[in-house]
Design a protein around this ligand. Structure first.
Ligand code: S5P
Length: 487
C-alpha cells in the first residue's frame, strides 16, 4: 500500500471537513471530540477517485475473498461502492434503506443467487450496527457475508461487534492512524490527540448499546429514555421494533389507537380518519361481531395508505403448542395479518417458541410485545414477575420481542426495546371497571412510555380525528422534551 498516498488522502479528508475536532453530540446521545461526515466527498471527484483507487488496491492487498458481489451500506458508502465496482469489475447489489410500509417489499436490488458471497463497503464505523443491518438484510435473501471493507474505523468496538456476528472488518484508516498523520503534519495539537485517545478508550460500544469503560466495567451510558427513536432503531434486534422506531421518527407519532369497537365498518371508518396520526393500530378482533377476511384486508390497505403497523392485542397466555394453533389457525388466522401481537409471560419461554413455530413464511416479519405490568387496579404482576418478564425478553428470542407492555420507566433499559403503555387519557382518573388513566405528559415523562395506547380517550370524542391529532401532538412534545430535541 502506498503510505504516502494514504497519508495524503487522510490530510485531504481533514481539509475538506470530512472529519472535525470539537465537541459534538453523537446520534447515540453522548458527546464526542471527533466527528466524521464522509458525505461531503461527493463534492470532490478527485477525493472520490483517490479513495476508491486506494480501497480497490486495499481489497486486493488484504486478499479477502470478495465473492461475487459488492454492497455499499446506504447511503454514504453507495457512491464509493459504485466506483470500486467499476474499478474492480465486480457487480454490485443495492440494499434499500427506506422504511417498509407493509409486507414483503424487495430489500435487495441487483442480480444474485442464494448462496452467493457479498462484500460489504462502509464509510465510517462506530458500533458496527449499520453494517450489521445491511448484513442481516443480505443474509435474509440467502447471501453469504463474511467481510466488510470500511474507510474509517473509529475503534469504538465496531470490529468486535461485527466479528461476533461473523463479519470481519478491514479498515483503510483507523482513527488513531488519522490522528498520527495529522499530528505529524502539524495540523492538530498533541492535546487533541490525547483527548480523542482518552475518549476512544472510555467509549467502547457493545452490540447491546452499553458502553465498556477502559477497565472492562460495563456502564449503561445509553439510557433508553434519553435517546431518540432514530438512534435506538440502530440498536433494535427485532426487525419490527426497528421498523416501528423508524416509522415513529418519520411520522412524529408515538400514538397507538386501541380500536375497541365491535363493528368492522365502524372500525374502518375510525381508522380512515385517525390513520394519519398513529404509528400503531391495536385491535381486539374477538370483539368484532362481523369479523371477516375483507375486514383484515381493508385494515392492511389502510395501514399501507397511512403508514402504520398493526398489532392484535390477543394477550396469548397458554403453552407453546396451543398458542401456535391460536396464532395461525381458527377463525382469525392472526399470524397471517397482524405484524405484532401481545403475549403474557406467565407460561415462560415456551410461549415465544410456540408462536415462532407457527410462522412458516420466513420472509414474514413478525414480533411480539410481552406484558410485564398491567394498567388495571390491583394487578397481580409483582415486581419479581415483571423483572422475570424482562429477562425473558432480553435473554433469548431477542429477534422476536419488539417491546414490553408496562407502566414504569425503570423496567425497560435496553434502548432497542419499545415500552408500550396503556391507560392514557387527557382527563386522568379511573373508569368504572378499574382502568387507571394518566395524562400524555405523565406517561411519557414520568412513566417512560415510548408508544402510548389511547382507546376511549379518542373513541368517545366528538371529533375523533382532531382528538387523535391532539394526543399525537402532546405525546410528541413530551417525548421531544424528554430526549432534549426540538419538535
Ligand atoms: O395493561 C394493559 C394492557 C393493555 S394492552 N391495559 C390496557 O388497558 N391494555 C389495552 O389498552 C386494553 O385491552 C385496551 O384495548 C386499551 C386501553 O383502552 P382505553 O379505552 O382504556 O384507553
Amino acid at each position: 500500500m502506498d503510505q504516502t498516498k494514504l497519508k495524503e488522502l487522510g490530510i485531504k479528508l481533514f481539509e475538506i471537513n470530512a472529519f472535525k475536532f470539537g465537541d459534538f453530540k453523537m446520534k447515540v446521545g453522548i458527546n464526542s471530540p471527533v466527528y466524521f461526515d464522509l458525505r461531503v466527498i461527493v463534492s470532490y471527484p478527485d477525493v472520490m477517485n483517490t479513495l476508491s483507487e486506494l480501497l480497490t488496491e486495499f481489497i486486493k492487498l488484504i486478499e479477502v475473498d470478495t465473492g461475487a458481489h459488492l454492497c455499499g451500506v446506504p447511503y454514504t458508502a453507495l457512491p464509493i461502492a459504485t466506483l470500486i465496482s467499476i474499478k474492480a469489475n465486480k457487480p454490485m447489489l443495492i440494499r434499500r434503506k427506506e422504511v417498509k410500509t407493509y409486507g414483503t417489499k424487495k430489500m435487495i436490488e441487483g442480480k444474485f443467487n442464494a448462496g452467493d458471497k457479498c462484500l460489504i463497503i462502509e464509510d465510517v464505523v462506530t458500533s458496527g450496527s449499520s453494517i450489521l443491518d445491511t448484513v442481516n438484510d443480505l443474509r435474509a435473501e440467502g447471501l453469504a457475508v463474511t467481510d466488510a471493507i470500511v474507510v474509517v474505523d473509529r475503534e469504538q468496538g465496531g470490529a468486535r461487534n461485527t466479528e461476533e456476528d461473523g463479519v470481519k472488518m478491514h479498515s483503510l484508516f483507523t482513527l488513531s492512524y488519522l490522528l498520527n498523520v495529522l499530528r505529524e503534519a502539524g495540523l492538530i495539537e498533541e492535546s487533541t490527540v490525547q483527548s480523542v485517545a482518552k475518549y476512544i478508550k472510555g467509549a467502547q460500544i457493545r452490540s447491546d448499546g452499553s458502553f465498556v469503560e477502559n477497565g472492562g466495567k460495563v456502564i449503561n451510558e445509553l439510557s433508553r429514555v434519553g435517546m431518540t427513536f432514530e438512534a435506538r432503531a440502530d440498536l433494535a434486534k427485532c426487525s419490527l421494533s426497528k421498523e416501528l422506531m423508524k416509522l415513529i421518527s418519520i411520522k412524529k407519532s408515538t400514538l397507538c389507537l386501541a380500536a375497541d369497537l365491535t363493528s368492522s365498518e365502524e372500525i374502518l371508518k375510525l381508522v380512515e380518519k385517525v390513520g394519519p396520526y398513529i404509528c400503531l393500530l391495536k385491535t381486539h378482533v374477538d370483539i368484532v361481531e362481523d369479523f371477516n377476511d375483507n375486514f383484515v384486508k381493508s385494515l392492511q390497505s389502510l395501514a399501507k395508505k397511512h403508514n402504520f403497523i398493526i398489532m392484535e392485542d390477543r394477550k396469548f397466555a397458554d403453552i407453546g403448542n396451543t398458542v401456535a394453533l391460536q396464532y395461525a389457525s381458527g377463525l382469525y388466522k392472526i399470524s397471517s395479518w397482524a405484524d405484532l401481537v401481545t403475549v403474557h409471560a406467565i407460561p415462560g419461554q415456551g410461549i415465544l417458541k410456540g408462536l415462532k413455530a407457527a410462522l412458516n413464511d420466513p420472509t414474514q416479519q413478525r414480533g411480539v410485545f410481552l406484558l410485564a405490568e398491567m394498567s388495571s387496579q390491583g394487578s397481580l404482576a409483582t415486581s419479581q414477575y415483571s423483572a422475570a418478564t424482562m429477562k425473558m425478553a432480553t435473554e433469548t428470542d431477542v429477534d422476536f420481542v419488539a417491546g414490553i407492555v408496562c407502566q414504569s420507566a425503570d423496567l425497560v433499559t435496553f434502548p432497542g426495546l419499545l415500552q408500550l403503555t396503556p391507560g392514557v387519557k387527557i382527563e386522568e382518573g379511573v373508569d368504572g371497571l378499574g382502568q387507571k388513566y394518566d395524562s400524555p405528559e405523565h406517561v411519557v415523562k414520568e412513566k417512560g412510555a415510548d408508544v402510548c395506547v389511547v382507546g376511549r380517550g379518542i373513541l368517545n370524542a366528538k371529533n375523533q380525528a382532531d382528538t387523535a391529532k391532539l394526543y399525537r401532538d402532546r405525546l410528541w412534545a413530551a417525548y421531544c422534551e424528554r430526549v432534549g430535541i426540538s419538535e
